[in-house]
Structure formats: C-alpha cells, structure tokens
Design a protein around this ligand. Sequence first.
Ligand SMILES: [Mg+2]
Length: 189
Amino acid sequence: MATNKVIILDIDGTLGCLVYDHPSKLTSNMEMDRVHYLQPSAYFVARSFCEWFLEFCRYFFVKVVVFSAGGKEYVDNIVSSIFPFIPDAVFSHENLDKNRLKSLDVVREEIPFAFQHNTIILEDNPEAWEPYNQENIVKVPECRFLGASSYERDDYTFANLRKWLMTQVYSSVDVRREIAAVKSLEKEQ
Ligand SMILES: [Mg+2]
C-alpha cells in the first residue's frame, strides 16, 4: 500500500507525553500497554492508538521519520520503547538549526525523497518549525496525561488522522493542498 509520501513525527505532545509518576498511581483507568518506562520516575505515556497508528504509517508511507527537539539519548530511548519498527531516520536536538528550529532541509540530507509536495509533518507545536515548512504541518492537539479525565480517554486523534490519510491524502499529488483544506475547515469552526 505504500504511497510516495513521507511522514515526520514529533514526539512530545504528539506521540505521547512524559510523566514523572507511574500513571497507575494517578488513575486506575490507564491502559498499561501505553506506559513505557524510561528511567526511575520517568514514563512515556503514548497517545491512544499510538502503536496502531505507527504500524499504519509503516505501510502507508514510503519513509517514516522522527524529529524531536529532545536530546539524542532521550529521543533514541523513546523511539526504541514505542516504535514497533525502526524508523527510516531519527533527528533530535543536535539536528536543529542555529535558531533551534526543525526544518525539512535537514531531513532531506538523509531522506532525499522528502519534498514539500509529499511530506506531512505531525506536530503539536508548529512554532518548532516556524517560519519553515508551515504548509506541511498537520497540527495535532497537545497530548497531555490528565489521568482518568474524559479528555484522556476520548482521544481519537490517530483514528481520525488515519481516516483522513486513507481518503484525502492517499492519491494526493501535493499534500499541501489537503493540509490547507483541513486548516480552512478548522477556521470555519
Ligand atoms: Mg511536541
């Protein structure tokens, strides 16, 4: 099913979030397979449907890339904890530009195939790229661990994204068009 498209995934706030107490201490509602131990008193809680969505990305996209502003050791640790496969490239703090920004130009050095017309960036904080590549960013709501709150249990971000990718992006010739359409929908709401 692989398309000619590339996805770049942010980590914190996008794929999940860091918590400092074991989530079972905070709620009895947690699905424990979403909790990944990093080090004493640091856990990464993956967003609902994260592993399922990553598996989907593996087959849908020609390249799956991670770009986090976190330190290399932290990023490698999370990637090996939450990914069911090895991403095609992983970028971390060391790969930010002199203004501490992420950019597609850096990704293209390792993934020459990552052009503006075929690359989707999933990001809770588009300012991490600003002013670069804003047309390629799909902004997701920041993933925060709120314990047993209804917000936490009803996070369908990845389910909705998969549907959008399958229906709107699959045969797109320029993903920036589909991303712009989503943005204009959001403005109307
Ligand atoms: Mg983030």
